[in-house]
Ligand binder design. Structure first.
Ligand code: DUC
Ligand code: ZN
Ligand code: ZN
Length: 490
């Protein structure tokens, strides 16, 4: 049998295994793993690693914030940047703002993504307005559409939900097999700290860090875990930035709860000292939660190694260092009026490979788990993406584990005007990236056209092996129709 394409002689790796094989691809899927395979086209991968294409599971693309600021990247530039970073698919957010319906939100993002992306995509739905209609009709309709995860915020006045609303959303998610994601920071602690800092005249970017104390993250994670356990629902805590938060996650996981967590490159590779760069340069390093210190970096690495974190995602939230982005409220804006976020789609995996695998901190199997396999399992893509297996989509990144390159903004493909990793020398880079068997990036060039990437409907989360509610009698999902107390609706 002649395949459409054969990747010959590479070292393949999954989250479980490393093996040498040719990968035979036909009709966009992996058809054969073997030796001596025939292909109409052949990629020589001797000396290279053949890995599942990354799944970037946390990024903000063509998304406006509640206060109206738009990300610099759209689905074209964002997907191209992701592909150059070794990703074959990504899951940006579709953000419901108050007053918007869920279907309306998804239609809007469909219109933004359609025909633009070079890699496959889905959305996590951000739920900021969980009305009765949203809970009873629109979220189920979103699941039916293949959107099986959504994010809620415990902070930001315009986005946050209260604990009762959080329980309602967790219950609906549980009933439908969706995964709830949470931005866990205590809103009032942040507002209280910010007001005091500002009153004292402490408004430079560096004060963004103390305005979001570690305690604010720990308090919110503790509460979020308790709410999820009461509802008997699974929960993903995104962008964990503190040792305290990671420890709470590890404890809950040890007790068998379906609590999952993610950390991000910025918390392992940057510190709050970066916020203290001269002038307003620190604004480039503002993200929420904020950068912490070197001791926290070390603790987060330990948790990454120990399996506390299932995901390592970029949280690419691109705002340029100009009046269209970070400095939209003036060249000296106080930290509270500077957009939060930094780019990272293209650097997430090279950073993890270089400083994780090549530096001996994590195994290749952990790299595959963190870059693709765990996201596939948790976000309803298992069997299709995130693995090198017969029948799976041929979403593959071929890596040269010895290539050394220095990160430069001039080489980036996103719509940004800086990278926080400027000048870093990294060893190990993706050289060819395939999406469903089609070369997207090859030899340093983009070779697929916008529109190659398709919306991918996702399956429900598989929680086999996790217990249900800690207190079954209180499991709201068992009494779904009567679940929402009318007094909370007013
Ligand atoms: N949360 C994110 O997930 N990304 C950017 C900023 C934020 O608050
Ligand atoms: Zn967040
Ligand atoms: Zn984010």
């Amino acid at each position: 049998m002649t395949h459409d394409l054969v990747i010959r002689g590479g070292t393949c790796a999954t989250a479980a295994d490393t093996f040498t094989a040719d990968v035979g691809i036909t009709d966009g899927r992996i058809a054969t793993l073997g030796t001596g395979l025939d292909g109409a086209e052949v990629i020589d991968a001797r000396g290279k690693l053949v890995l599942p294409g990354g799944i970037e599971a946390h990024c903000h693309i063509a998304q406006e914030s509640a206060s109206g600021g738009m990300t610099a990247d759209d689905y074209r530039t964002g997907s191209i940047s992701a592909a150059f970073g070794g990703n074959s698919s990504f899951i940006p957010f579709a953000a419901q703002h108050r007053g918007m319906g869920v279907s309306e939100t998804l239609d809007l993002y469909d219109s933004r993504a359609s025909g633009q992306s070079v890699i496959d995509y889905s959305y996590h739905l951000i739920v900021a307005d969980p009305t009765e209609a949203v809970l009873a009709e629109e979220l189920p309709a979103a699941f039916a559409r293949g959107v099986s995860s959504f994010k809620v915020f415990m902070t930001y006045d315009l986005m946050r939900i209260d604990d009762g609303q959080f329980l309602d959303i967790l219950s609906v998610a549980k009933a439908h097999g969706a995964l709830t994601m949470v931005h866990a920071e205590n809103n009032d602690m942040i507002k209280w700290m910010s007001a005091r800092l500002e009153a004292g005249g402490y408004t430079a970017p560096r004060y963004h860090a103390p305005s979001h104390p570690a305690l604010a993250e720990a308090e919110a994670i503790n509460r979020a875990v308790a709410l999820a356990r009461l509802a008997g629902a699974a929960l993903m805590i995104v962008h964990v930035s503190t040792e305290e938060g990671a420890r709470l996650v590890a404890d809950a996981r040890r007790e068998g709860a379906a609590i999952f967590a993610e950390t991000c490159p910025q918390y392992l590779f940057l510190t709050r000292d970066d916020l203290d760069r001269p002038g307003m340069e620190g604004a480039k390093f503002m993200c929420s939660p904020p950068l912490r210190d070197a001791a926290t970096q070390a603790a987060l690495w330990r948790h990454l190694q120990a399996g506390t974190f299932s995901l390592f995602s970029s949280d690419h939230a691109p705002y340029r260092f100009d009046a269209s982005g970070k400095l939209s409220n003036g060249p000296d804006a106080p930290f509270r009026r500077i957009a939060n976020g930094m780019p990272g789609l293209a650097t997430r995996l090279p950073l993890l490979f270089s400083e994780g695998v090549n530096a001996g901190r994590i195994t290749l199997q952990q790299f595959v788990a963190l870059s693709a396999a765990n996201a596939a399992r948790l976000y309803g893509l298992a069997g299709r993406k995130g693995t090198i297996a017969v029948g799976a989509d041929a979403d593959i990144a071929i890596w040269d584990p010895e290539e050394v390159r220095t990160v430069r903004q001039a080489d980036q493909h996103d719509a940004m005007d800086y990278t926080p990793y400027e000048g870093r020398e990294l060893c190990g880079w993706p050289v060819t990236v395939l999406s469903r068997g089609v070369r997207v990036v090859d030899g340093g060039a983009l070779v697929a056209a916008p529109g190659h990437g398709r919306f991918t409907a996702r399956d429900p989360i598989d929680l086999t092996g996790y217990p249900g509610a800690d207190i079954p009698e209180l499991d709201p999902a068992r009494n779904f129709g009567a679940r929402i107390a009318p007094e909370r609706r007013g």
